[in-house]
Structure formats: C-alpha cells, structure tokens
Design a protein around this ligand. Sequence first.
Ligand code: IFM
Length: 663
Amino acid sequence: MRALKEKGFSADKIVENGNKFLIGNGYLGYRGTLDEFTAKECVGLNIAGLYDGVKGKWRETVNAFNPFFCVISLCGVPLDVRRKETFSHEAELDLERGVFRRETKFLVGKAHITLFSERFVSAAEPDLLCSRIRLTSDMDATFSVKAGIDPEIWDLNGPHFSHVESACHGGRAEVKGETQELHIPVRVVCDFSEPLQNFQGGLGEFSVRLKAGETFTLDRVARVLVGKKHFSGRDYEGAYEAHVREWERLFLLARLDAKGDDRAQFALDYSIYHLLILAPKGRYSIAARGLSGQTYKGAVFWDTEIFLLPFYMEVLPACAKRLIEYRIDTLPAAREKAKSYGYGGAFYAWESQNGFDACSDFNVTDVFTHRPVRTYFKDKQIHISADVAYAILRYFERTKDDDLMLEGGLETILSCAEFARTYSYYNHIKGRYELLDVIGPDEYHERVNNNAYTNYMFYFTAKEGLALAEEFAKKYPARFKEVLCHLPEGILQNLKEWTEKLYLLKPNAEGVIEQFDGYFRLEDVRVEEVRSRLRHPNEYWGGSGGVATATRVIKQADLITLFNLYPDRFSEEVRRANYDFYLPYTEHGSSLSRCSYAIAACGIGRREEAYTALLESAEIDLRGGGKQWAGEIYIGGTHPAASGGAWIAATRGLGFERKGDLK
Ligand code: IFM
C-alpha cells in the first residue's frame, strides 16, 4: 500500500500535520487533524469557491462546521492523544484509497484501549464525507462518548456564520448557519450510527459498554450542503466502496513510473495525490493553498494556469476545461478591474475570488513597526492577464476546442493583449512601446520597468491571439464577427502595430537577459549575504525597504519561468546562460521557484540538478516546517503549485511516464 505513515505524536506538529494529512475531493478539504481536536488545533473543513467577508477583515473561503468531532472518555479520562495515558500513536494517509487513518493506544487504569478511526471525503459524491471510529478494550469498561457537529470553526478572518442553529433527531444531527456577507445557507448534516442524547449546541453524548475484546463502531456519514440542497442518507460501507472505487481509478490513471526510484516514486505519488484532491467539481478554480485552509484568502493566483493546468490537461481534461471556463466566466470582472485603473481590455484579479480581486493593498506587516506595508501586487502584477491567456492558448492547442474559443476563449485572449496595449507607454525617443511600473514574478522588486517576463508574455499573447483570430475569421466568418462585436473597434490592427513596436529585452554578450531595466546595476550580492543582513527572521525582503530590494537577489524564478513556457523561442545557449546567471541570486522564497528551476534544468540537459530540484518541490509538504505563522497571521498550508511544477518537471523533463497500474 502506498501510504504516508507517521509514528508518535508531537504537539508541535499539529498544524503542519493538518496540511500533510489533508484529505479532499476538489470541493471539500478536511485537514489531517484528530477526532478529539477542535478549532484551537486548526481543524478545518474547507469549501472550495465559497467566499465570505466579515466587515473590516479579509474575505476568504468558508470552513464548514465539523461533523467529525468526538471525544471518548473512560472514568472521566478523555482519550486524547496529548494526554499521558497515550502510549502509542500512528497516523496514516492511504494515497491509493484517499483515506486518512489514525490508531492511538491508551492505558487508562489497567485497561488497554485502542482507538482507531478512518475518514474520507468522497471521490464519488462531492458533498459527502464519512468517518468510522472503532474502539476496543482488553477489560470490561463503560465509555462515555461526546460526539456531534462542532459549530466552533477555525477561521483566519471569521466568524463567517450568523444565525447558527443545531438540531438532532435520533442519530441525525444538523448544524446550520448563513454566511455573513451573501446570506448563503450552509448546513452540515450527519448521520451517526448511534443516537445522540442530551444534544446541545451541535454536540450530544451516549455511553458504550464494552466487554473485554469487543469492538464498538461509530459511523458518521455527513454532507455539507450549500444553498438549498437536500440531505440524503448513505450507509458507510456503500459510501466507502464507491469512494475507493473512484479514487483508485483516479490514482492509477494519474500515477507516474519513477523507474524504480523509490524516493522519487513516493514524492511524486504524494504530489499527484494532492493534485487529485484539488480537481474542481464545478466552475470554480483552485486556490493557491488548495483546500488546506484560508491562507491567501482561498484565492486563485497564476499558480493554477502556469503550474497546475498541465497536469489536469493531461490527466483530467474535464477539470482542465473547468479551470479555463473559470477565467472566461470572470472576464467581465477582469474588464471592470482594467476599467477601474483607466485601461482597456481585461486585467485579471491577482488573487481571484470568483473574479473579485481579494489582494489587499497592504499584504505585509512590518515586523519592526507592526505597521501595514503598502504592496502593489494587485495593481502591478499585470502578467496575470498574460498567464491567463497563455493557459487558454495551451488548452486550445491541445484540445482544438473551437467552440470554447468562439464562446469566450478568443475574446479573453484578445482582451488580455488589449489590456497590455492600453497599459503600455510609447517611448517617442526610443520609438517603442514599454511596460512601465510593473511587478514581475519576482515580487521583491516592485514597480520596475520592462520586466522581461511580462513584456515577452504579452508579446506572445498578442501574436498568438492574432494568429488565432485570423484562423477563426476564415473558418467561422459569421461567428468570428460576433466575437469581434464584444471587442473594441480596430483591436486587431492596433495589436498588430503594437507587437511590431513592443520592447523586448535582448540577451547581452553573455547571453543573459536583464530581468528588468536597471537590474544589472543593482548590488551584486548573493542570497546568503542578503540573508545575513536580516535583523528579524520574519522580516520582509522586498517592497520599498526590504533587504533584497536594492540587490540582485530575487524572490523566485522570473525569466526562467518564461523560458519554461516558451522554450522554443529561446536558444538552449540563452536558456543555459540565464539559468546559471539567475540561480545564485534566487532565494526560492516562493514554492513556485524550485520547480521552475527543475523544469529549466531539464531543458538544458542538467538532469541531476533537475532531479534534486524536483524532489525539493515534490517533497515540500512532506517535509513540512517552513513558515506557518507570520505574527498572528497563519500563512501555512499545502503547496499545490509545487506539486504541479514537480509533475511538469517529471513528465516533460525527466521522462517519467504514466503507466497505469504500478502495484
Ligand atoms: O502566486 C504566488 C506568487 O508568485 C508568490 N507569492 C505566493 C503566490 C501564491 O502561491
């Protein structure tokens, strides 16, 4: 069995393990916490695509009430892994079945007790999640069980529910509430195989008499119902079988063959597991921290288009289509955003919540002054629109889905190019269009001029968009005219002229392209030197006063990403020169970075370097650690883009192939 196993318990790892042992089905994510844990231990049941904003706080995805809370006690002693009565504990994430299990043994008085539980979020039914507890004792004993639907929710910027009410009829319990902002009703309904008594505030109790050696089983079959959906009951066994059947199919479909390399095999299996639990079930997209919680407000970044889409295009094309449709659906919001800044075309949300830009003007807090720092990600990371267009272009290249292109795809691509055109400035002296005052993928250098990644990406967007427009004009003249009706007059001609004059930074004598105007003039120091200048471990490196700002040290792969997206447009010599030049300056302060270098290393024949970077990327959530909290703000969670990037490097560069059943 392919499984992640961990023996022993450490209170320090509660939050990290919540991410590491996460289960999910693309719609719901349940953190890898234990039955006896509560909001304090960051238990989370995250709902994809459902957002709520509480006045004065950041809007974020909503966590639902927890149907799996359960504390079993013997003689007043709770069976809680943190107590001294615990003498062994093991947690397991079964990657092949998508099931989380824990087994904890306790010694209470003279009784040896084993508490086993397993849970899964159904791969077969989006709103369903189930858990089974088994309890055994080597002595006759009477246990009291407290179980139910815990209405206390771990939130970063909540509470998100008002009018919270609970009810219980026999073994069926329900907790409901409505979101604060849009008043969307959310209910968690759960069937318990044992009737709950003294039910109050979502929780009830009952007692269990066990003879020595007997096993007591408690099944919990729950649904998270958003809107006016109805609950329908399900038996645990049937739900388990349907889930496992579907999960096994998906896992076998997706697995790669790491050619006998056990470490790489496991790391990739684990990455693929995470990509599968994020596959959307509806017309929403994937958040940067997946379903592991509300970090980054549950918003969708360029991570999805650039690092995740390739996996879904290859393995789950229907999901890939949903990701594309999400951007097409949110085109009106992107147009609004462009308009609000005084530009034309479509400027996509940097942190998209169904199109709305959730990115705050102050995304960082200064550790010395505790004051919010003005960051310009939302205003200046204009490359997001090129990333969106790039994804649609690659999707079309693969699927040849003409209808999708005619029903929004082409309009989106051209609108993204049009945005850049209207954003650009014509430098009369130099006779070229320039993209001034932007932020490239390297977020440490804000408000720079002519970031090469950004300029090239928009150049390709416009060029490819125009070529497609020509093709569609010939193939579907009437339908193409309709597409043009939604675009500004003269757009094709304007874009054509613009691409002819858009400034594209060229390689210097050493083959290196300057990341942005003036980058070469910055202080030439490496990452370690800059790190040694920090006065506080959580100090922000970028922005106006960061330690990296005046230096060549960059947060993450920047130009390197461009080469990965358009490898054929740059010679191997140029790609190699830039790889060697920029790597020592790269801090890898973003989980998007290592995998980008892994992909790039593959493209220049550096297999060993690619392999090392691939493992660093694929094992990121296995290793855990890293920053989980910034002051009082939780910034941890899983790293889907690293999993997706590792998958790209493994398949495109290292030649690992899908093999079906590898057992
Ligand atoms: O999209 C990334 C960005 O490139 C770096 N900061 C984190 C974001 C979410 O992963």
